[in-house]
Write a new protein. Sequence first.
Length: 372
Amino acid sequence: MAFQKKLLAWFEKNKRPLPWRKRYRPYEVWISEIMLQQTQMETVLPYYERWMKAFPTLEALADAPEEKVLKAWQGLGYYSRARNLRETARRIVENFAGKFPSDFDSILSLKGIGPYTAGAIASIAFNQDKPIVDGNVLRVLSRLFAIQDPVDSAAGRAKFWALEESLIPKGRARDFNQALMEHGALVCTPKNPKCPSCPVNADCRAFREGKQEAFPVKGARKKTVRVAAGALVWKRGADFFLHRRPAGAIMGGLWEFPEWKLAHGKEMSAREAHDLTFDRARSEFGTEFDAFEPAGTIKRNYTHHLETLYVFTAEGGEPSKDARGWPSAWVPAKKFSAYPFTSAHAKIAEIATSLSDTPRKSRTISRSGKRS
Ligand code: SF4
């Protein structure tokens, strides 16, 4: 138990005063765990504070309109998580009398909570002897024990899960799991781990062998695929055209400017993107525009994809049809704050806002971009 004792003593002295560590309320632990999935602590903290002001209790979240919940989540990505939080809160109110369940299987039965998150909630909120295997824990354990199994494989994860569970000092899961995570965040960092001052360096096999940065072992990386997309900032007087993504679709319930995928697996020039977006917009809405101009590009990164989103502004025209059939609205820029957008479309909204007071000359533009 020597290494566990040293780690617990280190945690006691060095733990950060995170807001959910004040009382370990299950609701607060749950929200923090979901927000911290694939998001850095510094990014999460202001979101967490705002969230707790907007939805201070599970009941407040259950009663909140979906649009308000999505708006509070805007910028964190993976919007299904925000929808699941609200739906789960409603289910807890209905099925568990508003009390967050404490047994592992009931936690696991909740929407949006897999075994790793259930382990985190059971151990941190309820101090049950359940393991946590987040990125920090995987890194620390892989180095301490010089584990060669890839941390990104299912078999590797299962092995780490069993190992972590076997290491928990009885009745100390809350502190021990957080100590491992905190140590990974502050000392055993991905690059340049602070080994000379590490409290468990005498127990660390990777350190003894001088191979700290060879761990954690990862499987072969997939190649990044290039993607191009075009988006339209369509202005009519003071208003801009927005679509609402339908429920059930990816990012359902979020609002966005019209957008089209233009190319997958290849580069696309700005000129080609202009012509394709122009064609798609005319055909989808059955209209001609008085002006159609480039307004900037936005880079988006998502699992193994690197996307260039070309943004165009258009004026004039009237939709004679809307091929997508999604709910839509003409919205003035000053009302954008009430509409939940993805991060990319929040950036497009900034472009639209900067245009909202700029009168433009009427002109027409041909498919090749020549004005007349
Ligand atoms: Fe991590 Fe270095 Fe400590 Fe090993 S000695 S646990 S590699 S910080």
